[in-house]
Design a protein around this ligand. Structure first.
Ligand SMILES: Nc1ncnc2c1ncn2[C@@H]1O[C@H](COP(=O)(O)OP(=O)(O)OP(=O)(O)O)[C@@H](O)[C@H]1O
Length: 779
């Protein structure tokens, strides 16, 4: 960057000073307001009842008292809200004071007498008179000019339509601690300089916001508001996740008042990623959206019913098992069960179920059958088949509960109840006794107190024991979902794989052992929802699906059903698809999975994460990689070291670690293919290095040296990456190609590969000028 100061440096510093002064004054005013409101809140809380006349004598008085309490509570609530609001404003001012803005454009709107200078920062700031903007929020319509144009003709969209004009200046600032550190007028190269600086630093364990350097094509994603589905195919490191998070901030700004952070949800690849991105929105002065993973969702629904297989265990199996007959069977099953053909099969089966085939469980109490499964089935099929299955289930529940009620009445006279009453704890007894008194209104003469109490006690005891059963009935646990799902496999669809009969048998066998393969999880839940009714997320207005290439067509159809009122931003990279079901089936990034009128696809080809030498190396690993554009950032070439024996392998790994640690990188990852290999690497290194082993249950991303399986490193980045074993034995199948690419593209500044034995063909596929090859002979 040029060391010479810009000619307007002094003027701009003066403006910074002026703005900071305004901020100081506003801070003071706000502090005073906060102090005042705080006092009021404390006062109101302490003396809540003093201003209320409590009078319960007459119904009218009760009503008045009630109203007066409500008014007082409303007043308190309103004051508390003001306090929070002022406090948030103060936080924003503090942030602005450090760095009030990062950009300026001078824009002369067509038809206006003169142009205006627009300064752009993290939030808007008006002058004391509240007349002029000293700073425009980066999300304001006019700020778009900054990201979309170089000086010259320019336009931006407002809710009222397009505004055109001339941009006469575009300037960038670096301001830290209220002091100007840099001023650059635009030309593309200077833009690059600033980005160079941002990207050249060490990674922190938290993702940063990118508002001062958002690129035009990212800005389009951030502000997109046309169609329901926005698909973003972006190469590794192109800023998909960054764009998604700034888009959340944009939506919260654009629809302030009508959309809140809890109405936006992000499906992320793993819990560690959640911790990685957790800071971005708070840094931008916004609340975090809801964040979850598909695994978390599944776990909530299935953990107490099945020993279900999670996606990582499925991957471990596929990546580590011998490629025998059982493997092929499993692999074929995964493909088919992920497809929309299988969904169609389930849908057909559901239609048949409206006529026959539903399986129920007996409703039992203390070993006795209250309602037999055959009776339940007969009642269910006696209902009009025009009634939807979930509605029919509701009617069925009412009917069963009636039978249970009748049973309950009879049960009160049984011996076990009497016995239970004898053994009631004192507390329970007193509780019931009080209830007896409370519900008792006169007529003493007709009742013997003791008999009456006994009756109420037996009723209470039976009720207590029946309660869990009733709850289970309400939750439709009497619908035998496992049996019903098993019966899907009685069908033999014409487009199923040739070994379908064996796949079906294997699935049934697993279900009998209460095991559910990962590939069966979504079909199972889908089937269950069609029968019992879907618990949809009505509240979510915007859904973000990151790493969307890893979702199967069936999973995506399932998600669409869960979020019927949401607009969706679907981001991913087909070259990073690492799940077995993506080998032959499309994924939510495929255009043909959507209604064309409802979707738009945007593509990001520029990679910002890694240095140019790293991108030049990795782009050859995948098909279509020649389109990937590296961002022009220098660095050392990746190295590939071939070793021939285990001792030299570990020695080489250790030397690399030493060398990287000497460079004081914040995060260094040794990426392995699987959890198995990670454990092996960890055992070999733990005595000599301060190293952490990351597994699927690890929820936070910390700095330092770590060993991590490639599939868990998805979405995350490290200063330096060492691929533990890039041999042919480890990476040669198609599924492994994407895993290999994902692993290599996690590196920001340095990438080293060690291959125990012959190289992976994906290395040889790379242009040999893009890496430094070293072979260490056997000792
Ligand atoms: N406009 C930008 N300005 C500054 N940094 C950027 C910009 N765009 C992306 N980056 C940086 O590039 C890196 C990669 O971004 P991000 O993780 O969002 O990419 P991605 O497309 O989601 O990657 P992947 O698919 O490989 O996980 C991050 O460090 C991010 O901060």
């Amino acid at each position: 960057m040029s060391k010479e100061k810009h000619e307007d440096w002094q003027l701009e510093q003066q403006r910074v000073d002026k703005v900071v002064e305004e901020i100081d004054q506003k801070q003071e005013t706000l502090q005073n307001k906060i102090g005042g409101v705080k006092g009021e809140v404390i006062d109101l809380r302490e003396n809540f009842f003093e201003d209320i006349t409590v009078n319960m004598d007459e119904p009218d008085d009760v009503l008045e008292t009630h109203n007066s309490i409500r008014q007082q509570a409303e007043l308190l609530g309103e004051r508390e809200r003001s306090h929070r609001h002022f406090y948030d404003q103060l936080k924003t001012l503090k942030r602005l004071k450090n760095s009030p803005y990062f950009g300026r454009i001078d824009f002369h709107e067509d038809g206006d007498k003169e142009g205006q200078a627009v300064y752009i920062g993290l939030a808007s700031l008006m002058d004391q008179e509240e007349e002029h903007f000293l700073i425009y929020d980066w999300r304001a319509p006019i700020s778009s000019l900054y990201y979309d144009y170089s000086p010259g003709r320019a336009a931006y969209m407002t809710p009222e339509g397009e505004v055109e004009g001339d941009m006469t200046l575009k300037r960038q600032f670096i301001i830290r601690n209220s002091e100007l550190k840099g001023v650059f007028d635009t030309g593309v190269t200077i833009w690059d300089d600033l980005l160079q600086e941002v990207l050249g630093g060490n990674v922190s364990t938290r993702m940063k916001s990118i508002v001062s350097t958002i690129q035009k094509e990212q800005n389009e994603i951030i502000r997109y508001n046309k169609k329901r589905y926005l698909l973003v195919q972006g190469v590794a490191g192109s800023g998909k996740t960054s764009a998604a998070l700034q888009r959340v901030a944009y939506l919260l700004y654009r629809y302030r008042g009508s959309i809140q952070a809890d109405q936006i949800m992000l499906f992320s690849p793993n819990p560690m990623f959640n911790s990685y991105v957790a800071n971005v929105l708070p840094e931008l002065g916004e609340d975090n959206m809801q964040q979850t993973t598909f695994l978390e969702y599944i776990d909530k629904r299935l953990s107490d019913r099945f020993d279900y297989e999670d996606v990582y265990s499925q991957l471990e199996y596929l990546l580590t098992s011998k490629k025998d007959e059982a493997y092929t069977l499993r692999f074929n099953g995964i493909q088919y069960k992920a497809s929309l053909s299988f969904k169609a099969l389930v849908d057909n089966y559901l239609k048949d179920l409206t006529k026959a085939g539903m399986v129920f469980r007996n409703i039992k109490f203390k070993g006795k059958t209250i309602v037999a499964k055959e009776e339940i089935r007969d009642y269910f099929y006696s209902l009009d088949d025009a009634i939807s299955t979930p509605n029919a289930m509701e009617m069925l529940v009412s009917w069963i509960l009636q039978q249970v009620k009748a049973f309950e009445k009879k049960e009160r006279t049984k011996g076990w109840v009497e016995e239970e009453i004898q053994h009631l704890s004192k507390e329970d007894y007193l509780k019931i006794h009080h209830q007896t008194q409370a519900g008792y209104r006169g007529n003493e003469d007709t009742f013997d107190d003791h008999i009456r109490e006994q009756r109420i006690l037996s009723k209470a005891v039976v009720q207590k024991y029946m309660k869990p059963l009733k709850r289970k009935i309400q939750q439709l646990q009497f619908v035998h979902m496992e049996e019903i799902y098993k019966n899907v496999f009685q069908y033999h669809p014409s487009d199923a794989p040739a070994d379908w009969a064996a796949i079906a048998e294997d699935t049934i066998q697993a279900l009998e052992e209460k095991k559910l393969y990962h590939e069966d999880v979504t079909p199972f839940l889908y089937l269950e929802d069609q029968i019992k009714g879907v618990h949809v997320y009505t509240n979510i207005r915007y859904l973000f699906i990151d790493e969307a290439q890893d979702y199967s067509p069936f999973q995506f159809a399932f998600l669409k059903q869960l979020f019927p009122y949401s607009r969706m931003t679907i981001l991913g990279d087909y070259n990073q698809a690492i799940n077995a079901h993506n080998v032959t089936t499309p994924n939510p990034l495929s255009e043909d999975m959507h209604n064309q009128e409802e979707m738009e696809k945007l593509t990001l080809l520029r990679s910002y994460r890694s240095t140019k030498p790293i991108v030049e190396f990795t782009k050859h690993i995948v098909a279509g990689g020649e389109d990937i554009e590296p961002f022009n950032r220098d660095g050392i070439s990746p190295t590939v070291t071939r070793v021939q024996d285990a001792a030299t392998h570990m020695e080489t790994i250790e030397q690399h670690i030493q060398a990287m640690q000497n460079k004081e990188y914040e995060t260094i990852a040794i990426i392995c293919k699987t959890a198995n290999e990670s454990r092996h690497a960890y055992d070999a290194l733990k005595h000599d290095f301060d190293v952490k082993l990351m597994d699927k249950d690890h929820y936070t991303f910390e700095k330092g040296l770590m060993i991590i399986p490639a599939y868990l490193a998805k979405g995350i980045e490290f200063d330096a990456v060492l691929l533990f074993n890039a041999s042919k034995e480890q990476y040669s199948e198609e599924l492994e190609r994407n895993l290999f690419y994902t692993a290599c593209t996690r590196a920001m500044h340095e990438l080293h590969l060690v291959s125990f034995g012959e190289y992976s063909p994906f290395i040889t596929a790379a242009n040999h000028n893009t890496y430094e090859a070293i072979t260490i002979p056997s000792k």
